[in-house]
Ligand binder design. Structure first.
Ligand code: FES
Ligand SMILES: [Fe+2]
Length: 460
């Protein structure tokens, strides 16, 4: 078994490639990581009433996320206790209970066995109280985001999320603009890489963006030049920074490509994006324009009381395997992405689309289509990433030649120097929680793998 002390030198920034390929390590992750953390299982808007459910995964285990008759959120293993058949076969729906397709055992939405097909044959040997669905013991939600944990003793979800909640409130959940809803359905796609690779990519990897995604930015720029519309405005790389938060219980989370509403630089997203958004809304019609203008008014009102002036961000990771993809545009949906583990060298991405609840349908549809055009299975961004990961998967872990550790040592430019740039642009960086990091640094990944190593070494 791999010695993680040797393999993960998080402070120096050296990670042995086998951390991404070793099957024994992967098996251990299923218990040490996926049974000991809070895992995202869905959004409350997807299950609005008693009996509404969605399926999701916690690690490799499929779960049913449902509201019981009292509308309480419950999470059950999607496994019939009789012989282990998959009980619920559909991704999403409304049910009074579930009947197993194998021998017909029936369960209510509180997980109780409430009937078998041939009860007379059991005489009194059947003990329904011992044959209910296995329930995930801890379920909690933050701003509609539902998390569950197999660990009875895990600290509260609030303690687990810590300061990242401040950013969630402003950038994803946006209650001050009426909040969000998650559209029905989800994208699912396989990527030939370890699940941690994408979690760390979304946590920190600003460096690859201008290189890997050159063609994407060229395409966006072309659309802006020819049609006057676009969903990334301004000098993105100059006006952005990253944020790393460590929760009170030591959990690292990060969001990157952070931009500011109060950025007075002429080429910042704050100056350029509203103009592009207005042009796009005009093309969508008067309903979209009215919504956008009203939204701008509400945003300004909120900003009056909130001097931290947040405009947008791009990529996030909530430890261990939840990411978001966002944009400074009001007209693009946000993606909620889970990197589900599927063996050491494969992951299955599940992607949900979050739109602003108050937006008219025409905007919701357009917002979803913009997201689908970039971060999606056939989107311009995702295919660039997948190509790299595919090549890495073929290259790493299959050779008998001793491999060098992966390098995560980049410190990033001097903090005071880059923060000064933001101060000069009129941004109150001191008001932002967490540790502010330059766009190009690997500090967030080092924090991620440091905590990962700690969890993997825990004895309980
Ligand atoms: S496996 Fe479900 S009823 Fe037999
Ligand atoms: Fe990427």
């Amino acid at each position: 078994m791999l010695n993680l002390h040797e393999a993960v030198k998080d402070r120096e920034g050296y990670i042995d490639p086998s951390v991404f390929t070793d099957e024994d390590l992967y098996r251990l992750e299923m218990s040490k990581i996926f049974q000991k953390t809070w895992l995202y299982v869905g959004h409350e808007s997807s299950i609005p009433k008693a009996g509404s459910y969605i399926l999701n995964y916690m690690g490799e285990n499929e779960v049913i996320v449902i509201r019981d008759p009292n509308s309480r959120l419950r999470v059950f293993l999607n496994r019939c206790p009789h012989r282990g058949n998959k009980l619920c076969l559909f991704d999403q729906g409304l049910q009074k209970g579930f009947t197993c397709s194998f021998h017909g055992w029936r369960f209510d939405t509180e997980g109780r066995l409430n009937g078998v097909a041939d009860s007379n044959s059991y005489a009194d040997t059947l003990k329904p109280e011992r044959l209910g669905l296995k329930e995930v013991p801890r379920v909690s939600s933050y701003g509609g985001l539902i998390f569950a944990s197999w660990d009875d003793e895990i600290s509260s979800l609030d303690g687990y999320l810590g300061d990242i909640r401040w950013y969630l409130d402003r950038l994803l959940l946006k209650a001050f603009l009426g909040g969000i809803e998650v559209l029905p359905g989800r994208g699912k796609y396989l990527m030939p890489t370890n699940w941690k690779m994408m979690a760390d990519n979304f946590m920190h990897d600003g460096t690859h963006v201008p290189i890997t995604h050159t063609s994407f930015f060229q395409a966006v720029q072309k659309t802006q030049e020819t049609k006057g519309i676009g969903w990334f405005g301004g000098n993105l790389f100059d006006s952005a920074l990253n944020v790393l938060t460590i929760s009170p219980t030591g959990v690292p989370h990060a969001c990157g490509f952070f931009e500011f509403l109060g950025d007075t630089r002429a080429d910042s997203s704050a100056q350029v994006q509203p103009i592009l958004d207005r042009t796009m809304a005009e093309r969508l019609g008067p309903e979209a324009v009215q919504w956008l203008d009203d939204r701008t008014k509400r945003l300004k009102e909120f900003v009056k009381e909130d001097k931290s002036m947040v405009l947008g961000s791009a990529n996030w990771t909530i430890f261990p395997n939840l990411s978001f993809i966002m944009s400074p545009s009001a007209l693009r949906a946000n993606g909620i992405i889970q990197w589900h583990p599927r063996g050491a060298k494969m992951l299955e991405a599940w992607q949900w689309t979050a739109v602003e609840k108050d937006a008219p349908d025409v905007v919701k549809r357009f917002a979803a289509s913009l997201l689908a055009s970039d971060q999606a299975p056939a989107g311009m961004i995702t295919i660039d990433d997948t190509e790299n990961f595919d090549r890495m998967a073929r290259n790493v872990g299959s050779s008998t030649i001793e491999e060098r550790p992966f390098d995560y040592s980049m410190p990033g430019m001097d903090k005071q120097q880059f923060l000064e740039k933001f101060r000069q642009a009129g941004i109150d960086v001191g008001a932002l929680p967490g540790s502010l990091e330059p766009l190009f640094t690997e500090e967030m990944a080092r924090a991620y793998y440091g905590y990962y190593r700690e969890l993997m070494a825990e004895s309980r």
